[in-house]
Design a protein around this ligand. Structure first.
Ligand SMILES: Nc1ncnc2c1ncn2[C@@H]1O[C@H](COP(=O)(O)OP(=O)(O)OP(=O)(O)O)[C@@H](O)[C@H]1O
Length: 122
């Protein structure tokens, strides 16, 4: 019983840390602020064009994908700056690769948005 309580309270603490991380991300990262604004606009577009349940699920999934990879990219940037604050070719490469991951997700999200909205606009 004691073990179970500590398991639950540990999980709750982890959720608290994750919430904290999410707020730090939103408060400090310009890219995630821009992505949030785009997410709000695309959500408004979803209501305006009355997209289907499947389209909503894919759209929300894409928003989550881009923003969560942006979060990991930011964590890699923080880690890189902490481990090696000086300019270094390998750190540059690591950061470029992490940024590349966000770019891939963003391109896919734009393509998905095109597939959903272009036929409704033409
Ligand atoms: N310590 C470093 N050594 C070498 N190149 C670096 C270093 N820090 C940053 N760079 C280069 O600058 C780019 C931008 O890095 P930075 O940490 O400023 O990210 P950012 O502009 O905040 O990115 P994002 O918009 O994704 O948050 C990297 O992709 C890398 O090419």
């Amino acid at each position: 019983m004691q073990k179970k309580e500590s398991f639950i309270s540990n999980r709750l603490k982890s959720v608290g840390y994750a919430f904290n991380g999410m707020f730090i991300l939103i408060q400090t990262e310009a890219s995630i602020k821009i992505q949030l604004v785009i997410a709000v606009f695309i959500t408004m577009a979803g209501f305006y064009f009355n997209i289907s349940t499947t389209e909503w699920m894919i759209q929300i999934g894409m928003i989550g994908l881009v923003m969560s990879i942006e979060g990991i990219n930011t964590a890699i940037e923080y880690l890189s700056d902490f481990v090696h604050p000086e300019n270094d070719q390998k750190i540059g490469l690591i950061k470029d690769v992490a940024a590349g991951a966000v770019f891939i997700a963003s391109i896919v999200a734009v393509i998905v948005a095109g597939i959903i909205y272009l036929p409704k606009m033409l």
